[in-house]
Each structure stands twice: as structure tokens, then as C-alpha cells.
Design a protein around this ligand. Sequence first.
Ligand code: NDP
Length: 313
Amino acid sequence: MEKIQTLILGSGPAGYTAAIYASRANHKPVLYEGLQPGGQLTTTTVIENFPGFHEGIDANKLMAEMKQQAQYFGTEVRSGSIVEVDLSKRPFIAKDERGKEIEAQTIIIATGASAKYLGLPDEEKYRGQGVSACATCDGFFYRKRTVAVVGGGDTACEEAMYLSGLAKKVYMIVRKDYLRASNIMRRRVEEQDNIEILYNTNTVGLFGQDGVEGAHLVRFKGQTNEEKFDLPIDGFFLAIGHSPNTSLFKGQIDMDEHGFILTKGFSTATSINGVYAAGDVADPIYRQGVIAAATGAMAAIEADKFLQSLKSK
Ligand code: NDP
């Protein structure tokens, strides 16, 4: 069995930053890229809010640079995923999809989260061409234009408020006759002049030549007063929640009721000594690349301290 010091799961900004720090600390980390090499950022185009790039940077280029930086300092990056882990005792045991078993003294979980989509074929068709699940990432491209945000929770309200500062008009497409969001967020969107809330409304498709030009909507779907209509929009933002990619660890590590890994105080330490969680997998609130990178650095520093403490025992 392969014996290593640090195993990193995930190849978004959290995973690669952890890898850069861990390899510079000479821990020869092994990083598994997972199902989406480069992580969620690769679903967007240009990133303009990652410090250091005043003209923005192509998301794929940024992630390729991070990968190269991690490899430069000695990280072994492997394609594929870890499919089984045993965190019940240390060294921890992990098995990859090819059946290879690894014994690791520390594990950094940076498996991220996945935005939920409605499941419409048009979401795939227009991905990156008007369909987005991140207003902070892509909102800037819709300055003075018309956009729609799907969802009625706190995330949808925050996204709508953010977009209302850029776009000419923001529609919220809400399937129920109320917003599930907290009172304060509800009030904010209701009071914002350029936000219009479409209640009891579902999206059934999108249309447009070279990008989104509108959405096919249905009000009171399945009821006697059902009404179909088309809404002209330039951007379609999903804000119906995120799912952390934590099924692999269910029952082995403490999580909140949505499956986000719980960390202790201002640290990335989890309920298991030697296991750290960084990035969106432990962050239901911010979901920003720069924050994922920062917590990746924290995880590697904490893992390093843990490995040092083992040596001094
Ligand atoms: P929520 O689960 O709270 O809300 C999801 C929203 O999307 C709901 O309005 C839901 O509708 C709607 N939705 C879900 N699936 C579909 C679908 N298939 N079609 C149409 N609409 C759909 O998720 P959030 O991401 O908003 O929030 C997650 C957690 O994070 C919450 O606890 C929230 O309070 C918290 N949060 C806190 C923030 C803060 O405090 N600043 C900021 C952001 C999030 P329905 O109501 O009909 O189920």
C-alpha cells in the first residue's frame, strides 16, 4: 500500500492552494482532481474578483496556473477520484477508482460543492452563454441589461440584490407564492425598485440564437388558471441552493443538516484529528474562490502542525 503524509481531495482553489503550501512544507502531497478538474470556477469564463489580475483572468487559465504551481513544488496531481475512505483510525485509508489503496497521515477535504440546476436541457445548452449559478462571478457582464434569478431563498435574494446594482432590471422567478428567505432579505428585494418578483412561476425552457434571449415561463403550473408566457432576459441565474460534495464522508465526520462539513472555530479542523476541510465543502455562506484558496492555505498549515506533532511524539 502506498504510504503518504498528506492526501488532498479536490482541484479547486482550496485543493490547489493546500497543495502549494503542503508541498512547500515538503510533505509531498498527493492530490486527486475529482470529477471536475479545476473545480466550480471552470464553469465560468473570466474571473475578475480574484486579486492579482486587474484585467481579469480566464478561469481555466487560473486553475491551470494553480495546478502548475502545485506541481512545481512537488505535488503529485492524479486524475480521477477517491471513491472510499476510512477515517475511523489513523493512518487513514483511501481507495481510488482504479482500486489503488493509500495510507495517509492527514487528509485535506476540498471536494467543493455543486450548484443545483433545474435539470432543463436548455441550461446545458446555454451554460456560459447566459446561464450562470454565480452572480458575483458573472453579474458584471450584465451591466444595464435584464436578468432573472431563480429561487426564493436567502441566496436568491442576495444574488438579486447584487445584480440589481448592475443590471437595468432583475426578475426573481419564484415557484411558490412567497419568498422563503429571511425577513430582512425579503424586505430588501421587495423594496428595491428594479427587482420584480414573479410568484407561482416555473421555468420550462430558455430561448435565444447565440445566447439566452429569454425564458419560457408558466404561472400556476398544472392549475386551471395555468398561464404560459415568455420573458425577455439576457441572463438566467440559478440560486436554488448548493450541495456540498460530501457523500463519501457521510457518517464518518460531523456535518450540518445540509451536508456541509463542520469545522472548529477559525480553523479548518474537523471532528477528526488530522482531517481538514477547506473551501466550499465547509462554506455554506461565501462560496468565493479567494476564500476557498485562503482556507486551503489554512488547512495545509494546520496539517503541517499536526504532522510536526506526530514527529515529536
Ligand atoms: P434554500 O434551500 O434556502 O432556498 C432554495 C430556494 O430555491 C427556495 O426558494 C426553493 O423554493 C427554490 N428551489 C429549490 N429547488 C427549486 C426548483 N427545482 N425550482 C424552482 N425553485 C427551486 O437555499 P439557499 O441557497 O438560498 O440557502 C441555503 C442556506 O444558506 C439557508 O439556510 C440560508 O438561510 C443560508 N444563507 C444565508 C445567507 C446569509 O445569512 N447571508 C446567505 C445565503 C444563504 P421553495 O421555497 O419552493 O422550496
